[in-house]
Design a protein around this ligand. Structure first.
Ligand code: C2E
Ligand code: MG
Ligand code: MG
Ligand code: MG
Length: 289
């Protein structure tokens, strides 16, 4: 019987699946050495205050440049890193980069600048180390917790154990803020918003991209913004690509936005250039020019 089942299973294992299983294995093997071989990078995407159009935050996003495969999408390798637990080490590395970077940008450009760092459910481990070392690292750098926003997803809160609540509470007490990422795409439960300390809701790109064409998406965005504000939560819209989307969101009272309209994720140097340009005084127009 087992043998028969085995054979049946194998017959479902098509050429395509075999190919993708091989790709997975290859990515998995090579991800192990990627950090040491300096193939991983942290890029930063501007988050803009929609009312002033000024960059006031950044999201740290992991990039992997493989010598033969080129850029590997996080959508492909993050799940592998999560399944194997590698995301714990890699995620801490992203966090430490972001923490050092936010210190630099606070000093050079904006004393209230924040960087948000994605934190996978796997990184909410059982030990107090998992909970405390972000705050300890910030302390070592002489930075307040308010420098960092931890981006979590609804899935984490869905099967939330006592530890997750405790973890977020310790973050909050240390000043680290919490953003609920991809809001509206998971098993959204409004009870989360009451139960957990949430500072930001990030409206998922899938609602923003059809804002113009789909009136129900507009209604959802408006409702999310009103609800969040009543709860004292700020709203960040993801994936703003057009001036029309920007205008609709500003009118709806959305606080912050992120998307290709403003900038793609870029390396830290290029991000510094963006901040430099926005802080440079606009040259005065002279009459005789
Ligand atoms: P996310 O946290 O929701 O990040 C936003 C994603 O939207 C990024 O994709 C960003 O490049 C993309 N994006 C931003 N603006 C636009 C736009 O206007 N149009 C379009 N089409 N896309 C836009 P990315 O960098 O490929 O990352 C995908 C996901 O991988 C992230 O989604 C996050 O869940 C995960 N990820 C990335 N870096 C890390 C990390 O350091 N740790 C963990 N745990 N997850 C990460
Ligand atoms: Mg995110
Ligand atoms: Mg998101
Ligand atoms: Mg997303």
């Amino acid at each position: 019987e087992a043998k028969k089942q085995g054979r049946d299973c194998f017959s479902f294992f098509t050429k395509d699946m075999q190919q993708s299983a091989q790709n997975r294995m290859r990515l998995l093997n090579e991800l192990h050495g990627a950090l040491d071989k300096q193939q991983l990078m942290v890029y930063y995407q501007p988050i803009v205050d929609l009312a002033t159009q000024k960059i006031c935050k950044a999201e740290a996003l992991l990039r992997w440049e493989h010598p033969e495969l080129g850029w590997v999408s996080p959508a492909q390798f993050i799940p592998l890193a999560e399944e194997t637990g590698m995301i714990v080490g890699i995620g801490d590395w992203v966090f430490r980069n972001a923490a050092r970077q936010v210190g630099v940008w606070r000093q050079r450009f904006d004393p209230l600048f924040q960087i948000s760092v994605n934190k996978s459910p796997v990184q909410f481990g059982k030990t107090s180390y998992a909970r405390d070392h972000w705050l300890q690292y910030l302390q070592q750098l002489g930075l307040p917790g308010q420098c960092i926003v931890a981006e979590i997803t609804e899935g984490l809160l869905l099967d939330a154990t006592h530890q997750v609540g405790e973890h977020l509470r310790v973050f909050r007490e240390g000043g680290i803020q919490v953003a609920l990422d991809d809001f509206g795409t998971g098993y959204s439960s409004l009870a989360y918003l009451k139960k957990f300390p949430i500072d930001y809701l990030k409206i998922d790109q899938s609602f923003v991209s059809h804002l113009q064409a789909d009136s129900s998406d507009m209604a959802l965005c408006e409702a999310i913004i009103i609800m969040a504000h009543k709860l004292g939560i700020k709203v960040i819209a993801e994936g703003i690509e057009t001036p029309a989307q920007y205008a609709l969101l500003v009118n709806a009272g959305c606080d912050y936005g992120q998307g290709y309209l403003f900038s793609r994720p870029v390396p830290a140097d290029a991000f510094s250039e963006l901040l430099l340009r926005q802080n440079r005084p606009v040259p005065e127009q002279r009459e005789d020019d």
